[in-house]
Every structure is written in structure tokens, then in C-alpha cells.
Design a protein. Sequence first.
Length: 229
Amino acid sequence: MGGVTVDNIATYNGQTFDNMNGGISAAVYVVGINRDNIVYAGTSSAAGYVQAYNGSTWYDVDLKTHGQVQAIAFNGLDAYYGAEGTGTSYYSGDTTITAVGAAYFNPIFTIKREGGTSATLKYIQNVNRNKEMYFNLAIFDGETITIDTVARTITSNYGRVIRRDAPSGPGPGRGVTGNPLPGSMLGTFALGSGENIINLWVDTVGSPTITAIMSYVARYDGVGGAEVA
């Protein structure tokens, strides 16, 4: 397309085409763009049928529909999908965390899988703080993954080093397995004082048990902020 190799989807600015980070390896049936300029595509992929593009990378949204998505519409940040056929669709849930303190806090996540056929971590989001981390990270049976947003590392009790920070200190670090995906906010993912809506999505097959725990240390702007009335 205009001398640019594309895979099922591309953008055109009136002069040149952009392949949107390589595109999607599945047929695209419908495209929608929300008010944050996130592109959503309904595809023939059996992995979930809806994928989103944040300007840097494609990722699966936290919805597994019962059939191919043929329509996408938005009302503010609410998304509406029309899928063919009948069946059961699955989506992730939200957990509300009220953080105590007067500053931002960098949390640590531990995610453990037990049983089932497979489990793949897809993303972690702080909805009302606009912080996201994107993954395509398989979690093995019995494995516990630790995501440390303070040290900017991702490690495993199985000895896998999934991501280690740059040895010289502050910097982008290095993804040993390609995780997290481009566009992730591993170094800046944070909780804010007050309400935080956390969405963590693990795509599963065979009904494994997934246990996810988030921990953080409360921080204050000064000694006075930590005083108890």
C-alpha cells in the first residue's frame, strides 16, 4: 500500500500509509476510535475477537466474545460491541482500592496460576489514573509472577527473568521476553491518594485458579501529612 507493507489494517494521513506497528494477523471486520484516539478492531482472531491499538502496540481488550465482532460504537469511554451468533462472552472485573497517603505510590503485583490449560497476562490498568501496562505473558502452572513498578522488574519464582531494569539506574530498562509491551507505563504506574479502580486481565483456558495480590507502601508529602488526628 503506497510502498508500505501492511497486515490487514493501516492508517492514511492523506500522503502516506502507516502499518500501525505491523498490523493484525487476522481479518478485520470493523474499526472504531474512542475519544482517547484508541483504535479498536473487530477481527477473525479466536483469541478474543477485539484488539486495540494505543499508538505503539496492539493488545487484546478484556473481552472474549462468543462470536466475531461486527459492530463497534462508543459513548464517551463506554464501548458497545455487536457480535454474531449466540453464546457466552467473558470480561474482566474491576477492584476499587482506596489508597491512604498524600502522594503517589508505586505498587507491586504478584500473580499466581494453579491448574488449568493455560493463562496469559494481558494487561493491568488503573482506570481513573490513566495508567496502563500491556503484556502477552504466559504464566505456567504453579508459577508466581512478580511485577515490581518500583524496581521496574518482572520476575518469576521459576527463575525466569522476564524484565530487568537498566543496570545504570534510571532508564527504560530491558524486556528480556518482550514484556511489558510497548506503550506500557511500568516505570510510572502508580496509585493516587483516594480511589483507584484496578483492572487486571488474565486470559485463561481450562479454568485455572488465578490469584492476584497488589501491595504498596503509603507515602506522604511530609511528617505532618502522616499525623493521625
